[in-house]
Design a protein around this ligand. Structure first.
Ligand code: AMP
Length: 534
C-alpha cells in the first residue's frame, strides 16, 4: 500500500485509498452514489448470459457482494458491450463514471445510473469488479483496516504513526491526510489543522454508573452537563455560510433550516466549528421523544408546517475552532470560555455546573431527569477534545440501562408482522476482531411505520436473502433496553439479553460506535455485585 501511494499522483493516491477502504467519496462529501445492492445485482445478471440459478449458485459462495461478483465474473464469460473502448480501466476514468452516477438525478436517473454501471462492470476485470462493487456498497472488510492504512501513509510519506494518527483526527479523514502529504510533503501533513466545512470525528463518552463514580474518575471535580436526548450536530460556519454535520459526518444542513437560522442570528464570531445537541421541543419547552426528532432528520424537504409542528432547538456544548484558532488541544474550561464568547441569543449552551460535591451533582442529575432529559455528561475540566476517541474524559450517566447493538440478520414475523422483517438479531461488536456477535433477538419496540422503514433499509443492505430470513451488512444500530444479561449457550457470544426491546433506531450512530461484547460482559458481571444474584 505504501509503495502504491508513493507511485501515484496526489489525486489518484486519494482515490486509491478511498476505494481500498471501501469508500467512493470521503465521509464529508455531499455526494452519494445511491446505488443499492439489488441494482448492482440486476446489472451483473444482465451481463451474464447464463441461467440465473447457476449464477446465484456461484455467487452464494462469496463472502460479500464484491466477492460474489468476482466469482461470477471468473466463472462466466460476459456479454460483450457495444463499446468503443477496449483498453483497461484507469482510476481517473472509473472516478469520472462514479461521479456521473452520483450526479444523475431526476426522472430517468435510475436507468442512467444502471447504464453507467453496466458499462463499468462490463469492462472491469474480476478483481477490479470486486474492489469497485465493495466500495460502492460501502463494504469495508477488504483486509485494509484504517490502522493499516495509517501505517501505510506513515511509510509512504515519511511520517511517524503518531503524526498520521493526529492528522487523521484533526481532519477526520485519512484521504485528507494523503492529499496534504502527497501535495505538500510530510510537513504539510504535520501542520494540518481543523478546517471549517471539514467535519472532525466526534469525541465519544464512556459510561459511569453514578455521579460519585464519575467524580472519582475525573479527579474529584468535574463539569456536569445535561445529557440531552437528541441528535449531535457539528456546526461549521464562516462569513454567513453554515453547514451542519451529523455525528456520522453526513451533511444535515437541509433538514434543519431553523437551526441554521438560529446559528446565523446568534453567532458573534466569524468562523467557527461548534458542537451541540439538537432536540425537538414541545409547547412547554420539554423535549419531545427522539422518534419525533428523527422525523425531521430523515426528511430532506422540510416544509414550513413541519418546522412549526416539530420545532428544533440546539444546545451547544463545545467549541473546536473559533476565528481560526484551533481549540481541540485546549482544556475543557478554555474551550467553554471560547464558546461563550462566540455566541449570543438565540443560541444557547447546555445547562452546566462545575462541582466536586456529589450531593450537588446528584441533585443536578435529578433535575435533568425530571425535566425529561436522559441524564448527565460528566467532563474532565482539563481534558482536551480528542476526536473519534471514546476515552475516559467524558462519562455519561444515565438511569436506564440500554445497549447500542447492530442488526445482523432478520426474520419475517408471524401474522400481521409477516409483511415485514420484524424479528431482529442484535449483535455487539468484538473490538479485537471487528466481528459482530449476536447477543439477542427481538421484535418488540418498533411502530408499524418503523417496521416498514426497517424492512426497506435491511433489503438494501442484504448480503443473503432467503425469503423469510435475511442476513445484512452490520450497519443499522438500535438502542436496546433489556432486563438482564444472561450466560447462554444459544449464541457464540456466550451471552443473551433477557426481554430485549428496541427503544429507538440510532441512524445517527455507526456500527463502529456500537457497544462492545466487553460492555455486555461488564453488565453481566455487575449484576452479581448489586443484586447478589447468581
Ligand atoms: P451515547 O450516544 O449514549 O454514547 O452518548 C453520547 C451522545 O450524547 C453524544 O454523541 C451526544 O449526541 C449526546 N449528548 C447529549 N448531551 C450531551 C452533552 N452535554 N455533551 C456531549 N454529548 C451530549
Amino acid at each position: 500500500m505504501a509503495s502504491l501511494l508513493r507511485r501515484l499522483e496526489p489525486e489518484a493516491a486519494v482515490r486509491a485509498a478511498l476505494i481500498l477502504t471501501g469508500k467512493v467519496f470521503p465521509a464529508w462529501d455531499e455526494r452519494s452514489l445511491d446505488v443499492s445492492w439489488a441494482t448492482i445485482w440486476r446489472v451483473v445478471e444482465s451481463l451474464i448470459p447464463a441461467k440465473p440459478t447457476e449464477v446465484r449458485r456461484v455467487a452464494s459462495e462469496g463472502v460479500d457482494l464484491g466477492d460474489a461478483v468476482r466469482r461470477v465474473f471468473e466463472a462466466f464469460p460476459r456479454r460483450r458491450q457495444a463499446t468503443l473502448f477496449e483498453e483497461e480501466l484507469t482510476l481517473g476514468e472509473v472516478y469520472a463514471q462514479l461521479e456521473a452516477i452520483a450526479s444523475a438525478s431526476g426522472p430517468g436517473s435510475r436507468a442512467k445510473k444502471e447504464a453507467i454501471l453496466r458499462s463499468l462492470l462490463s469492462r472491469a476485470s474480476p478483481r477490479e469488479a470486486w474492489l469497485l462493487v465493495n466500495a460502492m456498497v460501502g463494504e469495508t472488510r477488504l483486509g485494509l483496516s484504517e490502522g493499516l492504512l495509517i501505517d501505510a501513509i506513515a511509510e509512504a510519506y515519511g511520517l511517524s504513526r503518531q503524526e498520521v494518527e493526529r492528522a487523521v483526527m484533526v481532519t477526520g479523514d485519512p484521504a485528507a491526510v494523503i492529499e496534504a502529504a502527497a501535495r505538500g510533503g510530510p510537513q504539510a501533513a504535520r501542520t494540518l489543522r481543523p478546517e471549517v466545512f471539514r467535519p472532525l470525528r466526534p469525541m465519544l463518552a464512556q459510561t459511569a454508573e453514578t455521579v460519585d463514580e464519575a467524580l472519582a474518575e475525573l479527579g474529584g471535580r468535574a463539569a456536569f452537563e445535561y445529557k440531552l436526548d437528541g441528535a449531535r450536530v457539528q456546526i461549521h460556519a464562516r462569513g454567513g455560510r453554515v453547514r451542519v454535520f451529523s455525528r456520522r459526518l453526513s451533511d444535515v444542513t437541509r433538514s434543519i433550516p431553523d437551526v441554521v437560522e438560529a446559528v446565523l442570528n446568534g453567532l458573534r464570531a466569524d468562523e467557527v466549528i461548534l458542537e451541540g445537541e439538537v432536540i425537538a421541543v414541545g409547547e412547554s419547552g420539554r423535549p419531545l421523544p427522539f422518534q419525533v426528532l428523527m422525523r425531521r432528520f430523515r426528511r430532506v424537504n422540510v416544509t414550513p408546517e413541519l418546522i412549526q409542528s416539530i420545532p428544533l432547538r440546539v444546545y451547544l456544548f463545545d467549541a473546536l475552532m473559533v476565528d481560526g484558532r484551533p481549540l481541540i488541544d485546549e482544556p475543557y474550561l478554555e474551550r467553554r470560555r471560547a464558546l461563550e464568547d462566540a455566541i449570543s441569543e438565540p443560541l444557547r449552551i447546555v445547562p452546566t455546573i462545575v462541582s466536586g460535591d456529589p450531593g450537588e451533582a446528584g441533585e443536578f442529575l435529578e433535575r435533568a431527569l425530571s425535566e425529561g432529559h436522559e441524564g448527565l455528561m460528566a467532563k474532565g475540566l482539563r481534558s482536551p477534545y480528542i476526536p473519534g476517541v471514546r476515552g475516559k474524559h467524558w462519562l455519561k450517566i444515565k438511569r436506564a440501562k440500554t445497549l447500542d447493538l447492530v442488526i445482523v440478520a432478520a426474520e419475517r414475523g408471524y401474522g400481521r408482522r409477516h409483511r415485514w422483517f420484524s424479528d431482529y438479531y442484535l449483535a455487539a461488536r468484538d473490538p479485537e476482531t471487528g466481528e459482530f456477535l449476536v447477543v439477542g433477538k427481538t421484535f418488540k419496540g418498533l411502530t408499524d411505520e418503523e417496521f416498514e422503514w426497517m424492512t426497506q433499509r435491511l433489503r438494501e443492505i442484504a448480503v443473503e436473502d432467503r425469503g423469510s430470513f435475511i442476513r445484512v451488512r452490520p450497519e443499522v444500530v438500535v438502542e436496546v433496553a433489556f432486563n438482564e444479561v444472561q450466560r447462554s449457550p444459544k449464541y457464540p457470544s456466550g451471552y443473551a439479553l433477557r426481554f430485549a426491546r428496541i427503544v429507538r433506531i440510532r441512524d445517527d450512530k455507526s456500527p463502529e460506535e456500537a457497544d462492545t461484547i466487553d460492555r455486555v460482559r461488564e453488565i453481566y458481571e455487575s449484576q452479581f455485585g448489586r443484586g447478589g444474584r447468581v
